[in-house]
Design a binder for this molecule. Structure first.
Ligand SMILES: Nc1ncnc2c1ncn2[C@@H]1O[C@H](COP(=O)(O)OP(=O)(O)OP(=O)(O)O)[C@@H](O)[C@H]1O
Ligand SMILES: O=C(O)[C@H](O)[C@@H](O)[C@H](O)[C@H](O)CO
Length: 174
């Protein structure tokens, strides 16, 4: 469900576990909607990247300042009247609450799919710091969108073009 009653510019987080397609879809969708794009991957501290590279998942304390930084950047964009799309795992409801605390109109698009398909996709790409072995922990941490959260859940089985078409239709009216 997407709230289209606000005149505020679009602020949207493309969320999901490692390898779900956040960067791919987020970038294409931002382009389609004429929005700025920020990849949350680029905003981790060197210490957080090193932790993930060592095979250890981030915990709530590691993620909090990162989520605050992403939320601040989104708030800045919205206050300037500019639409923005962000790729960010946003795995837990409390993380999304933190971001909504800064940008109440924030919407979420959850790229949802099967662990085996994602694991297969991960074998086909290299990542700067994130080893495929963290995928189990990503699924253990994931809390899907609640019915009362503004946003939509979409299957990552579909092609990037199909996903972007569907999301542009859902969120393009904002
Ligand atoms: N809908 C899709 N269909 C097929 N392949 C896809 C799709 N979306 C993404 N991919 C491919 O899957 C891999 C992971 O995608 P991407 O890097 O965008 O995911 P991500 O969620 O941003 O990952 P991470 O958070 O780990 O950086 C890439 O190789 C990408 O090309
Ligand atoms: O919340 C997290 O654990 C992190 O954001 C990870 O999800 C990675 O940043 C990202 O997915 C790169 O692979």
């Amino acid at each position: 469900m997407v709230d289209q009653s606000t005149s505020e510019p679009l602020a949207l987080v493309v969320m999901g576990v490692q390898g779900s397609g956040k960067s791919t879809i987020g970038r294409l969708l931002a382009e389609r909607l004429g929005a700025a794009f920020i990849d949350g991957d680029d905003l981790h501290t060197p210490a957080a990247k090193a932790k993930m590279a060592s095979g250890a998942p981030l915990d709530d304390d590691d993620r909090r300042p990162w989520l605050q930084l992403i939320a601040a950047k989104m708030a800045e964009s919205v206050e300037a009247g500019a639409p923005i799309v962000v790729a960010c795992s946003a795995l837990k409801r409390s993380y999304r609450d933190l971001m909504r605390g800064r940008v109440p109109s924030l919407g979420f698009a959850h790229l949802d799919g099967d662990k085996h398909l994602i694991a297969q996709r991960l074998t086909q790409r290299d990542h700067e710091y994130m080893p495929p072995t963290l995928l189990d922990s990503q699924f253990q941490t994931l809390e899907p969108l609640g019915d009362d959260e503004s946003g939509t859940t979409i299957s990552l089985v579909r092609s990037p073009d199909e996903i972007v078409d569907a999301l542009a239709e859902s969120f393009g009216g904002r």
